[in-house]
Ligand binder design. Structure first.
Ligand code: SF4
Length: 363
């Protein structure tokens, strides 16, 4: 199966992300050795994100991919200090480059600083547009209240003008959408309203959690096109969480594959799909049903993702991995460079081939 087939026939764009093209580019967000745990009792906690390093450059788009429960949403929310109550950052650092070039330690921000930071610097578009909009407020009111809650600088007129501009950019009719209640809009329209709302205060980093989940295939396509056009027009960075490899191929400059709370592969989108070097990334690609017909080469990854409460020793993928050797159960492989702008956490990355199915029987 080709990578195009693996991604449902959607072409992976050239790799080479905005930051990588410019040697002088500094990361907008720098994540170092980040560890996150969830409290699971009075004195107990369960690690769910482990020692993650990731840079997000200006105007680039990074996809966090992996099966449910691999830690990708938790990582994305932690990047903007939006972890749920039971979540806690237990180690590492988050550094954000301000508009004036100075670098802030996000972990030192108090509640008021965070309130300003969210929406004006970063925005989050959650999955499930129905639940993220206030069902009792018209869309116009939601734009005004959002702007007023996070910035006093804009007049009502300015907010409305900006809302009209953004709704047009997401290909909605402002005259129809602004006076409407959320339930009067389709799921795809609500999702685009949420994206427009997220961009209201001109954030530099937008986090999207499964932005096309629960949308039909045509609406997914429209949302992807809208996001790509918006990023080109408004120049922001995106980190999006998805289990949809077609979306990653279409929208990402770089792809970070997560497994067991770690990034196990980080590569430009072309390398991720054409030259994957981690068996788990290969497994994800080979498990996709192509849109372009047939499923003879579709191979699911055997077994199930591990529980964070009982992560396998060594490489946490080893019980499912066709390349596993004794060392894999004894030691955890570090994430190391395997090519230009390409890193993988696998002792046998040089043997990995995208054409080999991830099946113990095939090993
Ligand atoms: Fe498979 Fe071993 Fe590589 Fe882990 S380190 S992915 S178990 S070959």
């Amino acid at each position: 199966m080709t990578a195009d087939e693996a991604t449902g026939g959607l072409a992976a764009p050239d790799s080479g992300f905005a930051g990588a093209d410019d040697d002088t580019a500094e990361p907008l967000l720098q994540v170092r050795d980040l560890c996150i745990a969830y409290r699971s009792g009075a004195h107990r906690s369960t690690p769910v994100v482990r020692n993650v390093d990731l840079d997000v450059y200006p105007n680039e788009s990074v996809a966090l991919v992996g099966e449910s429960g691999c830690g990708k949403t938790t990582l994305a929310l932690a990047m903007v200090r939006l972890l749920p109550k039971l979540g806690m950052i237990t180690g590492g650092s988050l550094r954000y480059r301000d508009r004036d070039g100075s670098v802030s330690d996000l972990l030192s921000f108090g509640e008021e600083t965070l309130r300003q930071f969210r929406w004006t610097e970063v925005a989050v578009v959650f999955q499930g547009a129905q639940n993220s909009l206030n069902p009792l407020s018209r869309i116009r009111t939601q734009f005004i209240e959002t702007a007023r809650a996070h910035s006093r600088r804009m007049s009502i007129r300015e907010i409305e003008d900006r809302a009209v501009q953004l709704l047009e950019l997401v290909r909605l009719e402002p005259a129809r959408v602004l006076p409407a209640y959320p339930h009067e809009l389709s799921g795809g329209m609500r999702q685009r309203v949420l994206i427009a709302l997220g961009l209201l205060l001109d954030p530099r980093l937008v986090i999207l959690d499964e932005p096309t989940t629960a949308l039909d295939i045509l609406t997914q396509r429209a949302v992807v096109e809208v996001l790509r056009d918006l990023q080109r027009e408004l120049q922001f960075s995106m980190v999006f969480v998805t289990h949809d490899l077609a979306l990653a191929a279409e929208l990402a400059d770089r792809v970070a594959t997560m497994y067991g709370g770690r990034i196990v592969e980080l590569a430009g989108v072309r390398e991720a799909f054409y030259e994957p070097r981690h068996p788990y990334t290969v497994g994800l690609i080979r498990a996709v049903v192509p849109l372009s017909g047939g499923m003879p080469d579709v191979v699911s990854i055997p077994g199930t993702p591990p529980s964070f409460r009982a992560l396998p020793n060594g490489c946490s993928f080893h019980p499912r991995c066709p390349y596993a050797q004794d060392v894999c159960a004894a030691e955890e492989p570090p994430l190391i460079e395997v090519g230009p702008d390409h890193a993988a956490a696998c002792f046998f990355a040089d043997r990995v081939s995208k054409d080999k199915a991830v099946s113990r029987e095939d090993a």
